[in-house]
Design a binder for this molecule. Structure first.
Ligand SMILES: C[S@@+](CC[C@H](N)C(=O)[O-])C[C@H]1O[C@@H](n2cnc3c(N)ncnc32)[C@H](O)[C@@H]1O
Length: 272
């Protein structure tokens, strides 16, 4: 079954056909992927269910939509139509702010453009002492965020990060701001899976920088001196976002950092 499933996915152009086939089968039969080798028969109903999911994956529906969740660091978030699927490269933003959050007694962290809440929830998971606030504008995404945040310490704020009034009560009181904003230039050809992400989550004007000045301004207002910003950007932006921070005297220690595939991907900076 797995060989056949992987072959169908490979023909459809999926990069990781065997992994996807295993994850779909493990989802269908409710067995961890690492235990699939120990299964020698599956119920005919599972064959039918797998076939249905394979057809959707062949149509390039994201794997995470099909299984209803996405892994992110040590947690999982529920995802589906209407919310951006968190990507592995974004996990690095959490590493960038952990030292600062762990060095403070009652740290406060803000996740701007929170989507499913992946960043906010991971920070809350890894820094149990932190107060974490997640800001998201889009109603559908905010519904997923609210669902994911239920039962956690993450506080959800439905608001526009370009609005100077949003989370104004936290001005100068925040130790870390993480932000993975929409940043893809409008005319970019994206993979079929990305078309299942909401447009507002992905694209940001002709150069992909539409939200950057507002995010940087909001972060500068929120952070206390010494507070850290970790801001993701498109690999085509090279040093553009770092330059925005470098030429702004509210910031110091501006560093442009690379992702796991060695592409320029996010900037960190310290509030002066
Ligand atoms: C690239 S997604 C990132 C989601 C999540 N942080 C992650 O890394 O998986 C960008 C998110 O920003 C939200 N967004 C776009 N414009 C916004 C704005 N002006 N204010 C608040 N959120 C916004 C989108 O709805 C989307 O959920």
């Amino acid at each position: 079954m797995l060989d056949e499933a992987a072959a169908r996915l490979a023909i459809a152009g999926i990069d990781t056909p065997r992994v996807d086939a295993e994850l779909l089968l493990s989802h269908v039969i409710g067995v961890r992927r690492s235990r699939l080798l120990m299964i020698d028969t599956v119920h005919p109903s599972a064959v039918v269910a797998l076939d249905r999911l394979l057809k959707r994956r062949v149509a390039r529906e994201p794997l995470q939509h099909l299984v209803g969740r996405a892994p992110f660091r040590h947690i999982q978030v529920a995802v589906g139509p209407g919310v951006f699927v968190p990507r592995p490269e974004t996990e690095l933003l959490v590493d960038a702010v952990l030292p600062r959050l762990r060095a403070v007694a009652e740290p406060v962290a803000v996740d701007l453009c929170s989507g499913s809440g992946a960043l906010a929830l991971a920070v809350a998971d890894e820094v149990p002492t932190a107060r974490v606030i997640a800001v998201e504008l889009d109603t559908d995404a905010a519904n997923w965020l609210t669902r994911n945040a239920r039962g956690t310490r993450v506080e959800v704020v439905v608001g526009d990060v370009t609005d100077p009034g949003v989370v104004r009560d936290l001005t100068g009181r925040v130790d870390a701001v993480v932000c993975n904003p929409p940043y893809v230039p409008d005319a970019t050809e994206v993979s079929p899976e990305v078309r299942f992400d909401p447009k507002r989550a992905v694209f940001a004007g002709p150069d992909g920088l539409a939200l950057m000045p507002d995010v940087i301004a909001r972060a500068a207002e929120l952070l206390r001196p010494g507070g850290v910003l970790a801001l993701e950007h498109d690999d085509t932006h090279a040093t553009v976002v770092a330059d925005l921070l470098d030429t702004d005297d509210r910031w110091q220690d501006v560093l442009d950092r690379r992702d796991l595939t060695d592409r320029p991907r996010y900037v960190t900076a310290v509030r002066r």
